[in-house]
Design a protein around this ligand. Structure first.
Ligand SMILES: *Cc1c(COP(=O)(O)O)cnc(C)c1O
Length: 390
C-alpha cells in the first residue's frame, strides 16, 4: 500500500554503522532503522545467535514454556527493577498492552470508564488505542472514531496533570515518553518525572513510561527514566530491544504485574525462541562491549561539536539530547537536509518538521562520528545560510 513516502534508495548490505546500496554506494547510517539497530548492522554476535537458534528451534507458541523467553524476561527485570514481562512484536503492541493493563487496573478498582492521561506531541504507535493516545492530529485524521478514555495535557507540565487529577475521578494512569522521539527529541525534565512519580503514588495511578525508543541504552542509560532516579509501574519497550528483529515487551511492577490472568491477553508470535535468542545476544553484547558508556561519550561529543559549529547561529533554536538520541532544532522545516545528506552519503532523519534527529548505532566510534559531522555540519551551515522562506 502507499503508506510510505520512501526515499529512492535500496540497501543491499550493512556492516556496523555502514550501509551499501544496490549501486555499491556507501552510507553512514545515523538513523539505524529508526533507533532500532542499536549494535549497527549485522553485528557478528547477533548474527551468530540468530543463525544458531534458527537451526535449533524457531517458534512453538505461548501454549508451552519458552526457556529463552523466561531468560530474557529475567534479564530485563534485573536491569529495570520491574517484576514481570509480556512479550509482543512491536512498540504499538507494547503500548496496547500498557493501555489494557491500565483499564484492567481501573475496572478492578471499580472506576467507571477508567481513563489515562497522555501528552501533546506524544507518539505511541499506529494501532487504534496507541493512535488515540498519540498527540498528533495528523496521524489520527481520517481514522475516527478514536478510542475513548484519554485525557491530553501539555508535555512537561506537572500542574496540568495535577489539575486533571483534581477534577477527573476516572483517571487511573499516566502514559508519557521520557524523551518524545517522533515529535522532535523533547526531553521530559527529571523534576517533572519525579513529580509524576509522586503524584501517581498519592493517587494510586499507574505511571506508564513509553520507552519504546528511549529504552535499551539509547539515552546513555539502560532506560530513560533512570536519569530521573525513578521507576515506572509499566514500561513498554521495543525498537532497540531486538537490535533489528521485531520484538516488543511490556514490563510491569507491583500490582500492575499481576493483573493479567490466563486468557486476559496474548500474542501468537510474542517471545518466540528465535527472537528472544536475538534479544539476549543484543543485551549481552551491549554489556560486554561497553556500548552504553560509549553512547554517553559519543552523545556528549556530538552535542559539543554541533554546539561549537552552529550553536550561536540565530537559526539554530536548540541542540539537545540524551545519550545518542540527539535533536538539532532549526527555525524552519528542514526535510530537505535528509535528501542532501543522502546525496552526500549520510542517513539522517527529521522529526517534528524542524528538528534533525540523530539516532545512530550505540556502538558508533569517534572516527565514524567525525565522518558523520564532517558531512552534516557543512550541510546545516549551508542550509541556514539561505534566507528563511516566508
Ligand atoms: C516507534 C515508537 C512506537 C511505535 O512502535 P512500532 O514498533 O512502530 O509499533 C511507540 N512509542 C514510541 C515512543 C516510539 O518511538
Amino acid at each position: 500500500m502507499t503508506s510510505y513516502a520512501r526515499l529512492p534508495i535500496t540497501f543491499e548490505r550493512g556492516e556496523g554503522v555502514w550501509l551499501w546500496d544496490d549501486k555499491g554506494n556507501k552510507y553512514l547510517d545515523a538513523v539505524a532503522g529508526v533507533a532500532v539497530n542499536s549494535l549497527g548492522h549485522c553485528h557478528p554476535k547477533l548474527v551468530a545467535a540468530i543463525r544458531e537458534q534458527a537451526g535449533k528451534l524457531i517458534h512453538t507458541s505461548n501454549l508451552y514454556n519458552i526457556a529463552l523467553q523466561e531468560k530474557l524476561a529475567a534479564r530485563l527485570c534485573e536491569l529495570s527493577g520491574m517484576d514481570n514481562v509480556f512479550f509482543c512484536n512491536s512498540g504499538a503492541e507494547a503500548n496496547e498492552t500498557a493501555i489494557k493493563l491500565a483499564r484492567k487496573y481501573g475496572n478492578e478498582r471499580g472506576v467507571t470508564n477508567p481513563s489515562i492521561v497522555v501528552t501533546e506531541k506524544s507518539f505511541h504507535g499506529r494501532t487504534l488505542a496507541a493512535l488515540s493516545a498519540t498527540g498528533s492530529r495528523k496521524a489520527q485524521a481520517g481514522f475516527e472514531p478514536l478510542v475513548q478514555g484519554f485525557v491530553r495535557v501539555p508535555h512537561n507540565d506537572i500542574e496540568a496533570v495535577e489539575a486533571v487529577g483534581r477534577n477527573d475521578p476516572s483517571i487511573v494512569a499516566v502514559l508519557v515518553e521520557t524523551v518524545q522521539g517522533e515529535s522532535g527529541v523533547n526531553i521530559a525534565r527529571s523534576e517533572y518525572l519525579q513529580r509524576l512519580r509522586k503524584l501517581c503514588d498519592e493517587k494510586q495511578w499507574l505511571l506508564m513510561l513509553d520507552e519504546v525508543q528511549t529504552g535499551i541504552g539509547r539515552t546513555g542509560k539502560w532506560f530513560g527514566h533512570q536519569h530521573a532516579g525513578i521507576v515506572p509501574d509499566v514500561m513498554p519497550l521495543a525498537k532497540g530491544l531486538g537490535g533489528g528483529v521485531p520484538i516488543g515487551a511490556c514490563l510491569a511492577r507491583g500490582a500492575a504485574a499481576k493483573l493479567f490472568k490466563p486468557g486476559s491477553h496474548g500474542s501468537t508470535f510474542g517471545g518466540t525462541p528465535l527472537i528472544c535468542a536475538a534479544s539476549l545476544a543484543v543485551l549481552q553484547a551491549m554489556q560486554d562491549e561497553g556500548v552504553i558508556e560509549n553512547a554517553v561519550r559519543m552523545g556528549d561529543y556530538i552535542r559539543t561539536r554541533v554546539r561549537e559549529a552552529i550553536g550561536t547561529h540565530s537559526s539554530v533554536v536548540e541542540i539537545r539530547g540524551q545519550g545518542l538520541m540527539i535533536g538539532i532544532e532549526l527555525d524552519r522545516p528542514c526535510g530537505e537536509i535528509v535528501k542532501q545528506g543522502l546525496a552526500k552519503g549520510i542517513l539522517i532523519n527529521v522529526a517534528g518538521d524542524t528538528t534533525i534527529r540523530l539516532v545512530p548505532p550505540l556502538n558508533i566510534n569517534k572516527i565514524e562520528v567525525d565522518y558523520l559531522l564532517g558531512v552534516l555540519l557543512p550541510l546545516i551551515q549551508d542550509f541556514i545560510a539561505q534566507p528563511k522562506a516566508a
